[in-house]
Ligand binder design. Structure first.
Ligand SMILES: [Zn+2]
Ligand SMILES: [Zn+2]
Length: 140
């Protein structure tokens, strides 16, 4: 397997992980640059709004199928948790809920969701960036 070096820090990164990323950065440098871009282009939510967003996100993550049955069709929290390497959670706006709760995000799903948001829904994209400016970003 061939590798590329991260432009920022020189760490070797396997091609199969970073093939579709323009910058050829390692995951950590990429995470840091996303956060710093969000910090420059987007203002964090005011404190009261930030905490109300977080409590709505927490409500979305309540399981309604107690005792826990993995009912992805009827339980939003199950839908939020269910994903594979190739399929993100089947839940509209899932990325914001993950960010607002400080949950770790699979990098490939982040990029797919941002591509969708850039293309189809600029308001969603702006809100994601404000979420990142407010709550940060962690890779799974
Ligand atoms: Zn790096
Ligand atoms: Zn559930």
């Amino acid at each position: 397997m061939s590798t590329t070096q991260c432009n920022e820090c020189g760490t070797e990164i396997p091609d199969n992980i970073d093939r579709d990323l323009n910058g050829q950065q390692c995951a950590e440098c990429e995470r840091e640059s996303i956060i710093s871009i969000a910090g420059v282009t987007s203002s964090p939510w005011p404190a009261d709004e930030a905490s109300s967003l977080r409590s709505s996100a927490r409500n979305c993550w309540q399981h309604y199928d107690y005792p826990h049955r993995k009912d992805v069709d009827n339980c939003g929290a199950c839908a939020l948790e269910a994903m594979s390497d190739t399929e993100p959670p089947n839940y509209a706006g899932w990325l914001r809920i993950y960010l607002e709760l400080g949950r770790a995000i699979p990098r490939q799903h982040y990029h797919a969701e941002m591509e969708y948001a850039e293309r189809e829904n600029p308001r969603y994209r702006d809100a994601i960036m404000r979420d990142i400016a407010t709550y940060g970003l962690r890779w799974a």
